[in-house]
Design a protein around this ligand. Structure first.
Ligand code: GLP
Length: 246
């Protein structure tokens, strides 16, 4: 795992946006399509704003840019303001298509948090990713307990896209998005598995803010992956860069 350190969140976001812009352009040119693994949450929000400004270039054709979200709560209405569906629409799909109309909204994918059969939903989602040739660039945030996506501590390396039960600590950490009321945080979520994430050709992990300091202190000293810290499985990935601020 390659580590890049930045003095603050803004500098980190500027650098990552410029790398993502370059990778998307390269991949669209060489491969004729680009599959972006999209993380929700606060860590990449500024990066997405800056990336959208770069992708607004009218000479850039984004019709072959495809996005797959990493995770979604379950059960949750797609219309719920805190569903990752709505967040992604507000934060990425809508501003991107407004600034560069060649981006096709139907190329933005996320699991359906309203599905009555989430197990089947997850298996179909995984097949959809495989049918477009897998993820070129996966963006990840880091949970304070070491999770990536919603792969909580104890998740094995060979896990695939599936329904999981959220830990109390994750629901506690995310209650800030649900009126600070843990009872409003969904009890479950659908997430790409560890193995599904590791199949991405390139991974960018963002570690930002004081809340991530304790887990970062542990993660950066590990040399061997452990199920206790799911993000540590990235140590085995050949092309992962960690973007960390101070
Ligand atoms: C959340 C989400 C992840 C996110 C991570 C960090 O619970 N499941 O998709 O990357 O934890 O979130 P944040 O960036 O808001 O700190």
């Amino acid at each position: 795992m390659h580590i890049l350190r930045f003095k603050d969140h803004e500098t980190l976001s500027q650098k990552l946006a410029s790398i993502l812009d370059a990778r998307i352009r390269e991949t669209l040119t060489t491969k004729k399509s680009c599959v972006l693994g999209f993380a929700s949450g606060s860590s990449p929000a500024r990066t997405y704003e800056l990336l959208i400004d770069r992708l607004a270039d009218p000479s850039l054709n984004l019709s072959a840019l495809i996005t797959f979200n990493l995770d979604e709560y379950h059960p949750i209405k797609q219309s719920h303001p805190k569903s990752y569906f709505q967040e992604t629409y507000r934060m990425f799909w809508r501003p991107l298509t407004e600034k560069n109309p060649s981006f096709d909204l139907t190329n933005g994918h996320i699991m359906n948090g309203e599905s009555q059969n989430p197990g089947l939903e997850c298996r179909i989602y995984e097949k959809m990713i495989q049918s477009v040739g897998g993820i070129d660039i996966q963006i990840l945030g880091l949970g304070a307990n070491g999770h990536i996506g919603f792969n909580e501590p104890g998740t094995p390396q060979d896990s695939r896209t599936r329904l999981i039960e959220l830990t109390e600590s994750t629901r506690e950490a995310n209650k800030r998005f649900f009126d600070n009321d843990i009872s409003k945080v969904p009890t479950h979520a659908m997430t790409l598995g560890i193995q599904s994430i590791l199949e991405a050709r390139e991974i960018c992990l963002i570690v930002t803010g004081e809340a991530k300091q304790p887990i970062w202190n542990t993660l950066k000293t590990l040399t061997v992956p452990t199920e206790d810290i799911p993000a540590s499985f990235l140590l085995d990935h050949p092309n992962t860069t960690c973007f960390a601020d101070l």
